[in-house]
Design a binder for this molecule. Structure first.
Ligand code: AMP
Length: 296
């Protein structure tokens, strides 16, 4: 843990000056992009970055480009003082906190990064401009920070797939590292948006994890038609009066498409609204190959 908190940098020029010197002295830089209101899911990415690299940069930027009309851009929770303490406790050296004007000085961007296909299904169907907003800001942040490695949570599984594909397609020289989902003790995936939930909604929100458990059980019981697995997850959400399902899908973990029959590796994706709050979650399932008869 650094003795003092991270250095807070608000300008692109200031961040580049600091990181340029570090790179010249041979330091490897790890990067964790976030929208702030940090919790231990973010903390786990920061610890992974601090373990693997000489210097760790985290960014806090609530990126208007990735919010659709009527979404929670204006109400998104913010608390820089607390975030600086969480970053300090998790080994962050530099905290980059640009304003919208610093990131988009010319106003609305004319250049946008779109990862076709992968961005259109599941969350992209409900949030049609979301992943282009994410891909555009992440490519911009990669150009500003120039990290060796960047850390993303599997919590946002489709986002991770989009970033991996963007990085490969554009030959961006950064290693993208996916980190496991961090959960509350009752199974709810940690999210900055959980603060929107009132006590009854907070209790109901465990329905996402419970639905994933039902999906995993269906796969383990031998279901091979993805529609059957989807239905087992949807039934759990359907039984929770405070939740409204957006989608529940068993998909190929790399393409995020639904095969006719499930292969040995499956990713279960789910999104539901609890009150006005949209929550997402997911889980990986590996189906063990049947043992040949006579094998010990
Ligand atoms: P956000 O601030 O929500 O944009 O998230 C910033 C990064 O933290 C993304 O890579 C997320 O996937 C990751 N993240 C958010 N919640 C969790 C969690 N519960 N477990 C692991 N990673 C997370």
């Amino acid at each position: 843990m650094p003795e003092h908190g991270p250095t807070i940098v608000t300008t692109i020029t200031g961040l580049r000056a600091d990181l340029g010197e570090r790179r010249r002295s041979g330091q490897q830089i790890g990067f964790v992009p976030t929208m702030g209101y940090l919790h231990d899911g973010h903390g786990s990415l920061m610890r992974a970055a601090a373990d693997d690299n000489d210097a760790t940069v985290a960014s806090i930027f609530v990126n208007p480009l990735q919010f659709g009309a009527g979404e929670d851009l204006d109400s998104y929770p913010r608390d820089l003082e607390r975030d600086a303490a969480v970053a300090a406790a998790n080994g962050v050296d530099l905290l980059f906190t640009p304003t919208v004007e610093e990131m988009y000085p010319k106003g609305p961007v004319l250049t946008s990064v779109t990862v076709a296909g992968l961005s259109e299904r599941w969350d992209g169907a409900s949030r049609p401009t979301h992943f282009a907003g994410v891909a555009t800001v992440v490519s911009k942040l990669f150009n500003i920070v120039g990290p060796c490695r960047a850390y993303f949570g599997e919590k946002d599984y489709q986002q991770l797939a989009v970033i991996r594909r963007m990085t490969a397609d554009l030959s961006i020289p950064v290693e993208v590292i996916g980190c496991p989902i961090v959960r509350e003790p009752d199974g709810l995936a940690m999210s900055s948006r959980n603060v929107y939930l009132d006590p009854a909604q907070r209790a109901a929100a465990t329905v996402l994890r419970r639905a994933l458990d039902a999906g995993e059980a269906a796969v383990a019981a031998g279901a091979s038609d993805p529609a059957d697995v989807d239905a087992s997850m949807a039934a759990v959400v359907g039984a929770e009066p405070l939740a409204e399902l957006d989608y529940a899908a068993a998909v190929d973990p790399d393409t995020l498409t639904q095969p006719e029959r499930l292969g040995p590796r499956v990713r279960l994706l789910i999104a539901a609204r609890v009150g006005a709050t949209r929550l997402i979650d997911n889980a990986g399932v590996e189906i063990e190959a049947p043992q040949p008869i006579g094998a010990s």
